[in-house]
Design a protein around this ligand. Structure first.
Ligand code: NAI
Ligand code: BUA
Length: 457
């Protein structure tokens, strides 16, 4: 039976009213989507890499033209990135007696993409583009909080010439996601979301021996040494904490600052944070919009409250914000927050807040900060950053940090040419870069005999 559910969307209308109501896909609709994808896969997988590439490049062009209506500039380039690695890769291996072997990269079949709400268009692109480029079909389920932009992507693919059924979107929450993961005709699941859901997805997929890619949460360290370029370090810390209202998985929210520059850094970062213009995200000069929904806003504010109870000091923000524009009054806004006097055991330092809350932590030595940066209770390992002018130290520290992505003298720069993904509980598998081809294909080995068969019988 189909369930009706209602969603309050905060983008692009960000005013706290319902703009669309969708019907959840049940088991029947999920099966229909998978069967359509399976039929489309048969033809698509037989196309050459170049044929697939032409169609996907067309989709990328349309996305570029539409860029103004999409929140994510990264989405379109994600498409390009995967295209560059779309052509089947294989090896030729010479063997004794003139015989040889070769390997082929073949598509997996129907892949499932399940997305989080924070970068809905980008996540749909980062999963579908490499999947389709490698010859697979995809059924994608966006978060129920952001159901629209994946549909726009489906329309773009159709306009670009992607065959009907090759990219399908189903709507719904956990139940729909479970039907997808359990479906016997699904070959792979790529998931972006929280750790607890990632565990469930892995369990469900394990029953069908399906490979999974898991892009999960983080609580990443950003280490600022006293020899850094302070202005850049402040900018980096702002990018690491306040982009997209802090709703970024790889944010560097544990900001370790070497004691010699602690006061200066803190003063600068607070000054810059207070200047952030909050409001209507469609206006050119707005730098911070609303959070995703009321429960999430309250959760983030709750972290600020417990930080204070645990002894942290709020240097700015951390409270609800009502923009002057009356049409925004029911939006889920808060002022970006900088916390000081933080300790490693506080919940604001240990847990993923997924909001605009920066925790500043002083440190003295490289060895000490590395130990603290790597020793987060939650065992995340998504990203990390270091600011220093000492090039040897920069690489030494990057090598020691237990994280899938490390930034030296910058933060939250995610060019699609570079692989992205986590260590430890932040997940495994990678998105973007050439390596992603390995996660959307399987390797076949072919042995070719050039002589006679030697038999033991
Ligand atoms: N590493 C990465 O690339 C990223 C990680 N994230 C992480 O995502 C989280 C925030 O996103 P949320 O949408 O709140 O995560 P979530 O885990 O609640 O939901 C993610 C998706 O999984 C679906 N889902 C929920 N339960 C399911 C189940 N039992 N079976 C199948 N599907 C199920 C949801 O409907 C949604 O589409 C944060 O922890 C954040 O760090 C977000 C963006 C990027
Ligand atoms: C760069 C990816 C950030 C996210 O999806 O949270």
């Amino acid at each position: 039976m189909l369930q009706q559910f209602e969603m309050k969307l905060t983008f692009p209308f960000f005013i706290g009213r319902i703009i669309a109501t969708f019907t959840c896909s049940g088991e029947k609709e999920v099966d229909l989507a998978v069967q359509n994808a399976k039929a489309a896969f048969k033809l698509w997988s037989k196309k050459s890499g170049l044929e697939r590439c032409r169609i996907l490049l067309e989709a990328a062009k349309i996305i570029r033209v539409c860029i103004n209506i999409f929140p994510s500039r990264l989405g379109s380039t994600g498409l390009y990135s995967s295209l560059t690695s779309a052509f089947p890769l294989g090896e030729h291996v010479q063997l004794p007696g003139g015989s040889f072997g070769y390997t082929r990269r073949e598509p997996l079949g129907v892949c499932v993409g399940i997305g989080a709400w924070n970068y809905p268009f980008q996540i749909a692109c980062w999963k579908s583009a490499p999947a389709l480029a490698c010859g697979n079909a995809m059924v994608f389920k966006p978060s129920p909080f952001t159901p629209v932009s994946a549909l726009l992507l489906a329309e773009i693919y159709a306009e670009a010439g992607v065959p009907p059924g090759l990219f399908n979107v189903v709507q719904g929450g956990a139940a729909t996601g479970q039907f997808l993961c359990q479906h016997p005709d699904v070959a792979k699941v790529s998931f972006t979301g929280s750790v607890p859901t990632g565990v469930k997805i892995m369990e469900l997929s394990a029953k069908g021996i399906k490979p999974v890619t898991l892009e999960l949460g983080g609580k990443s360290p950003l280490i600022i040494f006293s020899d850094c370029n302070l202005e850049n370090a402040v900018r980096g810390a702002m990018m690491a904490n306040f982009l997209t209202q802090g709703q970024v998985c790889c944010n560097g929210t544990r900001v370790f600052v070497q004691r010699a520059i602690l006061d200066k850094f803190t003063e600068e970062v607070v000054e810059q944070t207070q200047k952030i213009k909050i409001g209507d995200p469609l206006l050119e000069d707005t730098r911070m919009g609303p959070l995703i929904n009321r429960p999430h806003l309250e959760r983030v504010l709750g972290f600020v409250k417990s930080a204070k109870q645990q002894g942290a000091r709020v240097l700015c923000g951390g409270d609800p914000y009502v923009p002057q524009d009356p049409k925004l009054k029911d939006g889920y806004y808060m002022r970006p927050c900088v916390l000081t006097d933080c300790r490693d055991d506080m919940s604001c330092v240990r847990e993923e807040i997924f909001g605009p809350v920066m925790s500043i932590l002083p440190f003295d030595t490289e060895a000490e900060v590395l130990e603290r940066a790597n020793d987060n209770d939650t065992s995340f390992g998504l990203a990390a950053g270091v600011f220093t002018r000492d090039i040897q130290r920069a690489h030494r520290v990057a090598a020691e940090l237990q994280a899938g992505s490390c930034f030296i003298n910058n933060y939250n720069v995610s060019p699609v040419e570079l692989p992205f993904g986590g260590y430890k509980k932040s997940g495994f598998g990678r998105e973007n870069g050439r390596v992603t081809i390995e996660y959307y294909s399987q390797l076949k080995t072919v042995y070719v005999e050039m002589g006679d068969v030697e038999t033991a019988f």
